[in-house]
Design a protein around this ligand. Structure first.
Ligand SMILES: C[S@@+](CC[C@H](N)C(=O)[O-])C[C@H]1O[C@@H](n2cnc3c(N)ncnc32)[C@H](O)[C@@H]1O
Length: 257
């Protein structure tokens, strides 16, 4: 039976690859990386750095174009479903044709496979549909919110309190109920602008773990516009943007329930 590793490679710093991930990369006969187009060059270069650093001897990296994702249709969920189907077909093909029988392949996953990454879900779909049998082993990685917290020297939540991890799209619909700490990923349009800034501190980080890392922290009201400016400038300069942030509301300032 073929083995498929889903390897979390961290959020951009090859030093933040775990020993377990490194072992899996070395065990794999072939490595797979999805090529997302616009951000591809630099993100692919980081993946190669990870492989060069941690794999002993030569390795085989198969990069494959990520099927296009059309999210402007009537249903966001429907569009994501269609995209996952296209990815599943591609994954099935890679597993059948690139991994030797009784060999192993590794999908390189940015950050941690458990956070806003569909590789594990898609492999479940492939396992249901494909003719070829395989086992799946998931190797955790260091995710962007973890690096963000470390850089700002904070915990992601108050003592014994929860943290809510969400997307920019969701945050734009309103502050989630029952939490004072909200970590936001996948935010293409500065959804923090939609939040009442009273008593809210933002801890923002872009390109975390890379040489271009940018950190800004302080009162949202004051620093929100500054982050928008810095973000737009960096995005224009590099051609892509990866940022994440924590919004921390002073519990004393929270609206009465
Ligand atoms: C598709 S999600 C993948 C998240 C990944 N699985 C993880 O565990 O961090 C991509 C989002 O993660 C965040 N992200 C990933 N790497 C980052 C980095 N190096 N710096 C800042 N944000 C990052 C951004 O919010 C980006 O939009």
């Amino acid at each position: 039976v073929r083995n498929v590793f889903v390897v979390g490679i961290g959020a951009g710093d090859p030093d933040q690859v775990t020993a377990e991930a490194s072992r899996a990369l070395n065990e794999a006969d072939v490595l797979f990386a999805m090529d997302k187009g616009d951000t591809a060059d630099e993100l692919m270069a980081i993946r190669r750095q990870v492989c060069d650093r941690w794999i002993e001897g030569p390795y085989r990296l198969v990069t494959t174009p990520d099927p296009a994702r059309v999210l402007d249709g009537p249903s966001y969920r429907g569009a994501v479903e269609a995209w996952h189907d296209a990815r599943a077909a591609r994954f099935a093909e890679l597993i059948a044709t690139e991994i030797p029988e009784a060999g192993a392949g590794a999908f390189l996953v940015w950050g941690d496979p458990a956070l806003y990454d569909s590789t594990v879900r898609i492999l479940d779909r492939v396992a249901e549909q494909a003719d070829v049998a395989f086992d799946v082993t998931v190797i955790p990685g260091i995710s962007a919110p973890q690096v963000l917290a470390a850089r700002h020297r904070i915990a992601l939540h108050g003592i014994g309190a929860p943290v809510h991890i969400t997307t920019g799209r969701r945050l734009a619909r309103g502050w989630p109920e029952g939490v004072d700490d909200v970590a936001v990923m996948l935010d293409g349009s500065c959804a923090f602008r939609t939040v009442d800034p009273t008593g809210v501190t933002i801890y923002w980080g872009a390109y975390l773990g890379t040489p271009d890392e940018i950190l800004v922290a302080g009162p949202l009201g004051e620093l929100g516009p500054e982050i928008e400016r810095v973000r737009a400038e960096a995005r224009a300069r590099k051609g892509w943007m990866f940022d994440t942030y924590l919004l921390r509301r002073d519990p004393a300032g929270a609206p009465e329930a």
